[in-house]
Design a binder for this molecule. Structure first.
Ligand code: HDD
Length: 726
């Protein structure tokens, strides 16, 4: 017999009641649901918020109030469950279909809302309304990502990072779908599926996850020399960002800016982080991925949550055809950069991320970036990689989001009017009125709505002149331009522009990656490519692998000597700032609270955050007898998640730490990762146990300012004393 709606036994009532009052509270909070998206959807009538019930009741998807969300409907108290239980069936049905396919690449990502503000108007370059006036601004949504790993992989593999920005401009969405590396692996989109297949887990064994260190990746890149310039970036510290907030972004391709007079300039887009660039060491990144696979996602979320808003400046490199013609490379070749020393960056705007998503799936997962999204005044060059992208992104959204109407999902919808005669399709949510769904029509003559029309003056116009380099519309050919043939000059330039420390990191990365290749001929072939980049580099990698140097691979064009570019080095560009960095203070029972507070206020004064770490999460009982709150348990907050550490301990507390492996690792890892370490005199016993040698970054806990001043830096001099020379 059914019991729904009937008085229930006490046991059943008590299982449902506690959640009811909690959910009532939650749902009656009018802030809980964002109704902005219901406005102005073009459906006519008043916008209605149908996602909250004034009485806080839970309902089915179809609005029927639910009386019991704890028990399925059964025949009798011990079943069987009845097929007519539409509440159960709907809930399980919806749950069964909660997942959508992850992105083919860039599956793991995290995003945030923000604002873009124009700091310099450039109407002489573009007719885009956004850039017409200084002070113009628009909402943005940014998604950062890794490339190779699955959605559930980690944040800190050696990988390229995506940096995709959707600008909701008054003339439609502009998506700048960028990476944190300036060149790309390949020159032609037809090779994209190959390189992605090669880097993803190998097809038979589905390993390794989120890693380029395996046979198929190095097989492909060593066979395709155009990849070698970006390989230098991928092996560099750029692939191990300390924070999304501390990495640059690059639009990669040459784009067009088009002004009111239809004059065209070439442009490359750059994001420069206000916090400066910083990276982790490889050993640190590996350990972070165990300690906190969400390290970068958490850093982004927490900084926005506490109002420490991440910021970048948008810069442009602008040049013309004459400049392009003079370069030894082709500006349409996405494996090439234009050194900043050759074309200085002009800054035109600021991006601030200031609001975390309300819902990860609705926003970060469903956001769909399309390089085809450009407002009037921004256009595409003939870069063959870009041209292929223009097709790919629109296409992939259909299989990922399931419908051609993905643009109606709130995060993707433009914030300006959107009218056209595209109709119907799966998940259509708009309800257009009238009969005008074709054009031209003369329905207006009979007083009926006739729908929108093209705007020849203000609408998006594609360049009518085809004067761009290599753009002579003649035969149809499957060829690469001769000017794309130099694959090594810029790879060499990148390597030689690094400091010796950064060069050693590139060497170590290559040794590590190639050591993971099981097929020896692949290692040999990559070594033969490295000889075309730099002999010394190739020799150092060969030494690290204990292999003989093979002959250089045949090169379509040998590298030529070009001046180094300091802009390519993270260390040379360091801002030495403590802002946005994190200090960990390990505190024991009996410690001096004043020392902890002095460290805390020195760090916060410089814009850093502080975490008190303790062997027991309840917090230490200080010398004063006061119990201090701890932010984390020692075992759960290893020093890899901090930029610098301090140990504030009593003699007894320090003695105990010196017997605790987690505490010894805490200090010895901080030392190995070249971080600043400060300690009270009592804590020296722990430092000795962790084999900390005195140097300029090993400090007294009593001088907090000198510790804080070093949070944005690493003691590179220490590196050679700990890690093998490469
Ligand atoms: Fe791509 C996603 C960046 C070349 C095809 N790409 C994707 C994302 C970023 C980039 C940041 C993640 C967007 C998000 O967060 O949703 N991709 C780049 C850059 C490239 C590039 C900077 C070279 C300059 N991509 C590229 C090529 C193709 C694709 C040549 C195909 C021909 N990319 C895709 C894709 C993805 C994608 C398969 C997966 C999910 C998506 O588009 O929306 O279509």
């Amino acid at each position: 017999m059914k019991t729904e709606g009937r008085p229930q036994p006490a046991a059943q009532l008590s299982s449902s009641n506690p959640t009811t009052s909690a959910s009532l509270q939650k749902h009656s909070n009018s802030d809980a649901v964002d109704t902005r998206y219901q406005e102005g959807t073009g459906q006519g009538g008043e916008p209605q918020d149908t996602t909250t019930d004034p009485q806080g009741r839970i309902t089915t998807n179809h609005g029927v109030p639910i009386s019991d969300n704890q028990n399925s409907l059964k025949a009798g108290t011990r079943g069987p469950t009845l097929l007519e239980d539409f509440v159960l069936r709907e809930k399980i049905f919806h749950f069964d279909h909660e997942r959508i396919p992850e992105r083919i690449v860039h599956a793991r990502g995290s995003g945030a809302h923000g604002t873009f503000t124009v700091t310099r108007a450039i109407p002489e370059l573009t007719r885009a309304a956004l850039f017409r006036k200084k002070g113009n601004s628009c909402d943005v949504f940014v998604r950062f990502s890794t490339v190779a790993g699955s959605k559930g992989s980690k944040d800190t593999p050696r990988d390229v990072r995506g940096f995709a920005t959707k600008f909701y401009t008054e003339e439609g969405n502009w998506d700048l779908v960028a990476n944190n590396m300036a060149p790309f692996f390949i020159q032609d989109a037809i090779k994209f599926p190959d390189i992605v297949h090669a880097v993803k887990p190998e097809a038979d064994r589905m390993m390794p996850q989120a890693a380029s260190a395996h046979d198929t990746f190095w097989d492909f890149v060593s066979l395709v020399p155009e990849t070698q310039a970006m390989i230098m970036w991928l092996m560099s510290d750029r692939a191990l960002p300390r924070s999304f907030r501390m990495m640059e972004g690059f639009g990669v391709h040459t784009f067009h800016l088009i002004n009111d007079r239809d004059e065209v300039s070439f442009v490359k887009f750059h994001w420069k982080p206000r916090l400066g660039m910083q990276s982790t060491l490889w050993d640190e990144a590996v350990k972070i991925s165990g300690a906190d696979p969400d390290f970068l996602r958490r850093d982004l979320w927490e900084s926005i949550d506490k109002g420490d808003y991440p910021e970048w400046d948008l810069g442009i490199q602008v040049f013309d055809e004459k400049f392009a013609a003079r370069q030894p490379y082709d500006v349409l070749d996405a494996t090439k950069i234009i050194p900043e020393e050759d074309v200085p960056i002009q800054f035109i705007g600021t991006l601030q991320l200031n609001r975390n998503p309300d819902n990860f799936f609705a926003e970060t997962e469903q956001v769909a970036f399309l390089p085809t999204n450009v407002p009037p005044g921004i256009g595409f060059s003939n870069d063959p990689l870009l041209q292929g992208r223009l097709f790919s992104y629109m296409d992939t959204q259909k299989s990922r989001l399931g419908t051609t109407n993905f643009h109606q999902i709130p995060i993707n919808a433009p914030r300006c009017p959107m009218h056209n005669f595209n109709r119907d399709g799966l998940m259509q949510t708009q309800v257009p009125k009238g009969r005008a769904n074709y054009e031209p029509n003369s329905l207006g003559e009979a007083g009926e709505p006739s729908g929108p029309r093209a705007d020849a003056r203000g609408g998006y116009r594609t360049l009518s002149r085809m004067t761009e380099l290599g753009n002579e519309p003649t035969e149809k050919l499957r060829v690469r331009p001769e000017r794309f043939a130099d694959h090594f000059t810029q790879a060499r330039q990148f390597y030689l522009s690094q400091t010796p420390v950064e060069q050693a990191h590139i060497v170590s990365a290559l040794i590590f990656e190639l050591s993971k290749c099981e097929l020896k001929h692949i290692r040999i072939r990559q070594l033969s490519q490295l000889r075309n980049i730099d002999e010394d580099l190739a020799q150092r990698v060969a030494n690290g692998l204990a292999m003989d140097l093979p002959p250089a691979a045949p090169a379509a064009k040998p590298a030529v000597k070009v001046p180094p570019s300091d802009a390519l080095s993270i260390i040379k560009q360091s801002k030495h700032s403590s802002k946005g960095r994190k200090l960990g203070i390990l505190v024991t029972d009996g410690a001096d609270g004043n020392t902890v507070e002095a460290l805390r206020s020195a760090a916060t004064a410089q814009g850093a955050t502080v975490m008190v770490v303790c062997p027991k999460v309840g917090g230490p009982v200080l010398a004063s007898g006061r119990q201090m709150e701890a932010d984390a348990l020692l075992d759960g907050a290893p020093s890899v998640i901090f930029d610098g550490v301090a140990v504030v301990a009593s003699a007894a507390g320090a003695a105990e730490l010196a017997r605790n492996k987690a505490a010894i690792d805490w200090v010895s890892d901080a030392f190995a990762h070249l971080k600043a370490i400060a300690a009270t005199p009592e804590a020296q016993v722990l430092l000795q146990k962790a084999n900390v040698e005195p140097d300029a970054f090993v400090l007294e806990a009593g001088s907090p300012d000198s510790l804080v001043a070093k949070l944005g830096d690493r003691n590179w001099d220490r590196e050679a004393t700990i890690w093998p020379a490469r």
